[in-house]
Design a protein around this ligand. Structure first.
Ligand code: NAP
Length: 497
């Protein structure tokens, strides 16, 4: 094994591809398998951004043991000392924002300005929890005994596993790791195998900030190799997972009742366009909500339910806007549509476009782009489908790509019924000028995030975030103050004299 690892290390050195390591128990260490996972640039697949350990179950078990051993001291560390580490890690991200943004674009594909926003937002998230975590307390309860005080205390859970996807490879880990650490938990963090570098940089930020050994452990590797080892042991007291509904449900089923889960999963997010909407604004919501990030946002618009009266005008404006979008590498300034993030995502999106062509009417796009600038990346032109009906797969299944399904509706009630006819409930939007409909929509829509004249995408750091139905476990919300609740348990104390 040692010989194999040495040979591999020599090969990596020879072709100058940087090899990264796990961070376990306060040390940067190789994985035990000696195998590596290539982190591929989706805009140019000949560019290997780095190699990460294809870790083994034993590596993962070691990370869990390290986190368990570090818990007793970390929970007793003063909250101000924990907050200082979060703030220093935030400073490291801010100081290196340009470099980390370029790496994020290289590994994930998104436009450079969005990558930089994501790095800075992650730093802001750390700073937010450094403050909020210091005033997150229990309650005191009025009662009849003058010689007694009844109150609750919040305490950390223990070891928390954090498992994240490739679409926001630093901001999603940040919004989980920060509340976990500030409340005194220790963490095992597994990033997506398709974009591990940004999560590695986040870990590096905490290491630079002086996080004690074992408190935060970073382990790269395939879900099939390390997933069970970081989710099923009873010492893992909580799992915060963001990813596909299939994987989230599988993990949720596999753990015991003493392991708390927070699952942020898929979506099939609708935008309703009423006949009184400002159509230019509605088109903007569809384009920005559905096609920015190349449709690879969990809250991305994928269904547009448009009133019959305005369907033709809306569709004409939409196609004109989509035709003008610039498709290319995220490194080029002014790019609207960047490549899909992985070969698997490209294959999935092209498969759904073929399904859509059989089920509905393709109005525009949907091509696997070829030619100079496109040949070496995962480029697809945005696809706009019309005449989509409820039973079609492109109206029901998450595609996670630049594909919009236009569905005709005849009234507000028809629109709500169709919007709610989905197993998902992550985000939903309406475009209307009618205050009564705005009010009704907020009440009627089965969705954890409700947007009125705003894109289905986008959520604040300081407000709760999460879905309904199969989009989320619907127990604990992420983000904001609510994001702290998941990482603490409550004790009720009756103290007499
Ligand atoms: P995914 O395939 O489910 O993977 C997500 C993460 O989970 C990866 O790190 C993956 O590891 C790991 N994983 C998969 N199965 C596992 C298992 N059985 N045990 C432990 N870990 C496991 O999802 P994805 O393709 O990366 O991301 C796209 C999905 O994420 C979409 O469905 C999207 O809607 C959803 N998403 C949801 C939100 C939200 O907040 N609701 C936000 C963003 C994305 P590997 O990479 O090694 O396979």
């Amino acid at each position: 094994m040692a010989e194999m690892m040495a040979t591999r290390a020599a090969a990596i050195a020879a072709d100058k591809i940087e090899a990264f390591r796990n961070y376990i128990d306060g040390e940067w260490v190789d994985g035990g398998s000696g195998e590596w996972l290539d982190n591929v640039n989706p805009a140019d697949t000949s560019d290997i951004v780095g190699r990460f350990p294809a870790s083994t179950a034993e590596d993962a078990e070691r990370a869990v043991r390290a986190a368990a051993a570090a818990f007793a001291a970390w929970r007793k560390t003063p909250v101000t000392a924990r907050a200082k580490i979060l703030n220093q890690a935030a400073g490291y991200l801010e100081a290196n924002a340009e470099r980390f943004a370029a790496e994020l674009t290289r590994e994930q594909g998104k436009a450079l300005n969005l990558a930089k926003d994501e790095i800075l937002r992650s730093a802001q998230t750390l700073r937010f929890y450094a403050v909020e975590g210091q005033s997150f307390t229990g309650e005191i309860f009025p009662q009849d005994d003058a010689n007694m005080t009844v109150y609750t205390e919040r305490e950390p859970l223990g070891v928390v596993s954090i498992i994240t996807p490739w679409n926001f490879p630093v901001s999603i880990p940040a919004r989980k790791i920060a509340p976990a650490l500030i409340t005194g938990n220790t963490v095992v963090f597994k990033p997506s195998s398709d974009a591990p570098l940004s999560g590695y940089r986040l870990t590096e930020a905490f290491v630079q900030a002086g996080i004690p050994k074992g408190v935060l452990n970073f382990i790269s590797g395939r879900a099939g190799d390390v997933g069970a080892a970081i989710t099923t042991p009873p010492v893992v007291r909580a799992i915060s997972f963001t990813g596909s509904t299939a994987a989230g449900e599988q993990i949720h089923r596999s753990v015991g009742i003493t392991t708390r889960t927070q699952m942020e999963l898929g979506g099939k997010n609708p935008l309703i366009v009423m006949d009184d909407a400002d159509l230019d604004q509605a088109v903007d919501l569809a384009v920005k909500g559905g096609l920015s990030l190349t449709g690879q946002a969990c809250t991305g618009t994928s269904r547009v339910l448009v009133m019959r009266e305005v369907k033709a005008a809306f569709t004409d404006k939409l196609i004109a806007r989509v035709k003008a979008l610039k498709i290319g590498s995220g490194m080029a300034a002014g790019t609207d549509i960047t490549p899909l993030a992985t070969a698997r995502q490209l294959e999935t999106v092209l498969r759904y476009i073929e399904i859509g062509k059989r089920e509905a009417r393709l109005l525009y796009g949907g091509e696997h782009l070829r030619g100079p600038g496109y040949d070496s990346g995962y480029y697809v032109s945005p696809a706009i489908f019309s005449d989509v009906t409820q039973e079609m797969r492109i109206a029901r299944e998450e595609i996670f790509g630049p594909v919009l399904a236009l569905i005709e509706v005849t009234s507000y009630e028809d629109a709500i019924r169709k919007a709610n006819d989905s197993e998902y409930g992550l985000s939903a939007a309406i475009a209307t000028r009618n205050p009564k409909l705005m009010h009704a929509f907020a009440r009627d829509i089965e969705s954890g995030t409700v947007k009125i004249n705003r894109t289905t995408t986008g959520n604040l750091i300081n407000a709760p975030f999460g879905g309904l139905k199969r989009s989320s476990t619907s127990t604990f919300r992420e983000s904001g103050r609510a994001g702290l609740e998941f990482y603490t348990q409550i004790k009720t104390i009756y103290r007499g004299v």
